[in-house]
Ligand binder design. Structure first.
Ligand code: SF4
Ligand code: FES
Length: 389
């Protein structure tokens, strides 16, 4: 007879759940779901060793276990603390936790620029959401923020260290997913930075995944930078027969143009399956993909704006009165408008006035988004914040 595995009972914000021994408080909270789940900026369940860096997931352990019901003396990082049988945890029910989290957000923002208006991550940035939900509206910080030059890490990825919160996730991806780590965190204290040795290019086939795990806009896709705001694009699930990865991706489309390809993410914002660079950076035509259908977007997300699923459209009257002619044929914007004769997905960088003034394949170079070269990016600035220039 097989012995039944003993489960631990843990109560988080007055809700009790049973989990296996060895489960962290954060994962137990995710089993409950909703507001009980602490935010996590560095922990990533698919990356071994992640967590314990950012402290946004702090919780109060009001009772350690049934055997020893004393409270823990300090707040603990829920991503790195395992549950005990009979443990009682407070997250949003503890004013101390909420106050501490506010402090953590303030620390994270000390060196983070107010780049949201020009940052590609805006709209899907974990730090933006964290500040909105847990931060204070003002800042007490009066000093100059630390800044770094932007660096092109290979042909597809740009590192903007100024925005990095040193969560370590990208280092774990390079280590565990691509199996070829050439970057890490160098130096100490406020000099710490993500850097590659001698600007080594991270050219592994899976390295594009660092973009998806980065919780802020520090690692961005050079084939997408400044092409569109994410909330104007429409996410759809698609797949292709890929010899390197599962080929299951999310396409971010505007009309028929595929502006960006990313991995699919689950409800916790974590990648479901890692995808290869070819799928991510080279397959930018709708015909490259088999489209499965629209992505279900959380209605609280800004990306849900203007995207409707299961809507009932009024009956189309154009065809019957025009002898069966389809309105779509008349409305192909690429054919009828010179200004719109630009396929954003085909140009290599962001559009400029030259793109719309006769040279449909011209793209911006001031932000080094064309696919050439690597190394330091000395030109231009992303920031509108005087503190970061
Ligand atoms: S670049 Fe992004 S993923 Fe890497 S440590 Fe910085 S914030 Fe984290
Ligand atoms: S998510 Fe737990 S310390 Fe960062």
């Amino acid at each position: 007879m097989t012995e039944e595995k003993k489960l631990f009972k843990v109560t988080i914000d007055n809700i009790t759940v049973e989990v296996e021994p060895g489960t962290s408080i954060l994962m137990a909270a995710r089993k409950i779901g909703g507001d009980v789940v602490p935010p996590a900026m560095c922990y990533y369940s698919k990356l071994e060793g992640s967590g314990g860096k950012c402290r946004t997931c702090l919780v109060r352990v009001a009772a350690g276990s049934t055997a020893d019901p004393r409270p823990m003396p300090k707040l603990v990082a829920s991503c790195r603390t395992n549950v005990m049988d009979g443990m009682v945890v407070e997250n949003i029910t503890s004013p101390t936790v909420l106050e501490a989290r506010k402090g953590v957000v303030e620390f994270l923002l000390i060196n983070h620029p107010l780049d949201c208006p020009v940052c590609d991550q805006a709209g899907e940035c974990d730090l933006q959401d964290l500040s909105f939900n847990h931060g204070a509206e003002g800042t007490r910080y009066e000093f100059k923020r630390r800044t770094f030059e932007r660096i092109d890490i290979g042909p597809y990825i740009q590192l903007h260290m100024t925005r990095c919160i040193l969560c370590f996730r990208c280092v774990y991806v390079a280590d565990q997913v691509s199996g070829k780590r050439e970057h890490g965190i160098l130096d100490r204290g406020d000099h710490s930075q993500i850097a590659t040795y001698i600007q080594e290019s991270l050219d592994n086939e899976f390295i594009g995944n660092v973009i998806d795990v980065c919780p802020v806009g520090a690692l961005t896709d050079r084939t997408f930078r400044f092409k569109n705001r994410v909330w104007f694009t429409k996410p759809v699930e698609a797949h292709r027969d890929c010899p390197t990865c599962s080929g299951k991706v999310r396409l971010w489309m505007r009309g028929d143009d595929v502006l960006r390809v990313t991995a699919r993410k689950d409800q916790w914002g974590e990648v479901e399956e890692w995808i290869c660079n070819e799928c991510r950076f080279e397959k930018k035509k709708a015909t490259d993909w088999i489209i499965e259908g629209p992505t279900t977007v959380d209605r609280h997300s800004v990306i849900s704006q203007g995207h409707y699923v299961n809507t009932v459209k009024p009956a189309e009257t154009f065809s019957p009165v025009m002898n069966g002619r389809k309105p779509k044929l008349l409305m192909d914007i690429h054919q009828v408008s010179e200004v719109n004769n630009v396929d954003l997905n085909e140009i290599q960088g962001p559009a400029t006035n030259r793109t719309f003034n006769g040279d449909a394949y011209a793209s911006g170079t001031n932000v080094t988004d064309v696919k050439v070269g690597e190394g330091r990016n000395m030109e231009g600035t992303d920031s509108t914040n005087a503190n970061t220039i």
